[in-house]
Write a protein that binds this ligand. Sequence first.
Ligand SMILES: [Zn+2]
Length: 317
Amino acid sequence: MELYRGAYQIASLYGGRNLYQYLFVGRNTVLADTGIRSTPEKVIFPYLERLKLKPESITLAVTTHADLDHQGGNSAIKRISPGTLVACGEADRPLVEHPQTLYDRRYNHLKAEHGVALEEKASPDAGEPCKMDLTFAGGEKIRLKDDWSLDVLHLPGHSHGHLALYDALARAAFTGDAVQGSGCPKATGGIAIPVTYYYVDTYLATIRYLETLELDALYTGHWPAMRGEEIKDFFADSRRTVEFFDRVILASLKKSPSGLSMKDLVAACAEAAGDWPSDGQILAMFPIKGHMDRLEQHGKVRRLAEARPHRWVAREA
Ligand SMILES: [Zn+2]
């Protein structure tokens, strides 16, 4: 779908959710995100062909952040078009370059202490290892043609190195999974998986930063395109969801003097939310870990680190 002159949304489905990449065609051609392993050959290259472009026309492919559905296609892009430069946020680089590192350090880092994890071995969807040609830290400009460029934004929270692209001419931001509303929707409506930010304060700072940008349109990795008031509502909803986690976690701990484990807290949040499908609930371990670290820093909870799995108890105010 052409969003506006030279900017395209490439859509497919993954796990019942919409999965979007974005293509900017100027003198340089820039792709934002590469999907899962099969997305380039099944979706992106056929889309390019309809625009009379070849895989080799892609100057630069930017991975917004370390997740298998955003980076998995990098190895296929590089195999078919070795001249295309691949890039990601510097802080995400080790995870984007190696699928097993992504699993060990991003998906399964809570296993030893909290007894919660995804499958151990990287899914084939995460693609092959693929070295980045360059990395961004935010503040860079990518020129598309003489009078058109994209600003690279650093929007951490969902990951440390999360990037977004901002088109100042179109007043449009392409934010991947940097901001997540009340959770990631199914393509057919309703929640597919809960929000999955990792670091609460940086996530809130990212929302605040985006609220200061001149924005007419917001394009993301999985959410429907938003304009005007819808964007404001999405940011407000995102902030409310952060407050929801703090509220439910603290209320649950107050009712449980012997403490709660990560699994207990996931169950408590899932019950309070009421609309998370059972197979996706466990992903709430990521934001909950972020909240527990922050509540611990603020002196509101104490972690019982000698217990396996760890448990948390509320501290008296
Ligand atoms: Zn995603």
